[in-house]
Design a protein around this ligand. Structure first.
Ligand code: ADP
Ligand code: MG
Length: 297
């Protein structure tokens, strides 16, 4: 008897594909393409979202700062928020604690208690070494007296913070020249401080403060030693820097004219904030409004 296997011959395995096999090939690059563009868009979205967060965040947050010198309690619990791009003035009678507060924000002095967060960094957590790097890279200082080094030229004085940060001479020189140009002082690049006017020295000091692209410039009576014209030019410079570079400023001042034009004025008295300038504008009398609107004098 002959066995017939004819019917038992296995038939070839057929996989049923949704469309002809040859059309499967373009799908793989297509999926890869869509996957890639999805990733790119996701990255863009994350970047934009982070940028948005960056724009919104506080530049300085101070929580319950206290400071005493011996028995003298100079700061008695200061709370403060300063936004990125704000030009804020701190005013108050002599001895109110303005310089002490500015020095604590600038990490030049440590508080006895409380927290100082600058540019997203909690400075109370930093060691002394990290603090000096932080100051060099995140903060710029302008004092009443320029404190330029007398044996160096204007250009060299401006370059110093970049050298401390370990930047190359070429990079530092390029940035210092740009800053001098912004200040309208290109002609004075090779002059030493004793060959510059008071106003020019302060502008060089501002350029030096800007050298490492600081998050905040802290200024203590920056126009205290200037005449009216130079004072006004320096104040205008602060606002130009804010408008063109988004620079944040905290300025301790006795100058009522400057305080009046800053975005916010913080009043300090006896180591406490009397008014942080965030209260709404006072309601203007009806009569005054109508006078202002009609342009009557
Ligand atoms: P302001 O800048 O508002 O005039 P300061 O912050 O300089 O005031 O000083 C506030 C008070 O703290 C003053 O009475 C001052 O004498 C005192 N003070 C400031 N620094 C020191 C210090 N290093 N040692 C002792 N007392 C100080
Ligand atoms: Mg002071």
């Amino acid at each position: 008897m002959r066995l017939r296997f004819g019917n038992l011959t296995p038939s070839p395995i057929r996989i049923k594909l949704p469309f002809p096999f040859i059309l499967q090939f373009p799908i793989i690059p297509l999926i890869a393409f869509y996957l890639r563009s999805f990733c790119v868009n996701l990255r863009k979205f994350i970047f934009r979202y982070r940028f948005f967060l960056y724009l919104c965040r506080d530049m300085i947050t101070i929580e319950n700062i206290r400071k005493s010198f011996g028995d003298l309690e100079v700061l008695k619990g200061i709370n403060l928020h300063i936004d990125k791009g704000e030009v804020v003035s701190i005013v108050g009678p002599s001895g109110a604690g303005k310089t002490t507060l500015l020095q604590i924000i600038g990490t030049l002095d440590r508080p006895d208690a409380g927290k100082v967060i600058v540019d997203g960094i909690d400075t109370s957590q930093l060691s002394s070494k990290k603090l000096s790097d932080f100051r060099n890279q995140h903060l710029g200082f302008v004092f009443q007296f320029h404190q330029l080094l007398p044996e160096f030229t204007a250009l060299e004085n401006i370059m110093i913070p970049a050298f401390i940060a370990g930047k190359s001479q070429k990079e530092a020189r390029q940035r210092a020249k740009e800053l001098l140009e912004f200040m309208g002082l290109s002609e004075r690049a090779g002059h030493k401080p004793n060959e510059l006017s008071g106003g020019e020295k302060q502008r060089v000091a501002v350029a030096r403060a800007l050298m490492n692209h600081p998050a905040v410039i802290l200024a203590d009576e920056p126009s205290g030693s200037l005449d009216t014209k130079n004072k006004e030019e320096l104040h205008q410079l602060f606002f130009d820097l804010r408008d063109k570079m988004g620079q944040t400023f905290v300025i301790v001042t006795h100058d009522e004219g400057l305080a009046a034009i800053t975005d916010r004025t913080i009043h300090l008295r006896d180591g406490m904030i009397e008014d942080d300038g965030t209260a709404k504008e006072p309601i203007v009398e009806e009569e005054e409004v109508s006078d202002a609107e009609t342009g009557r004098l």
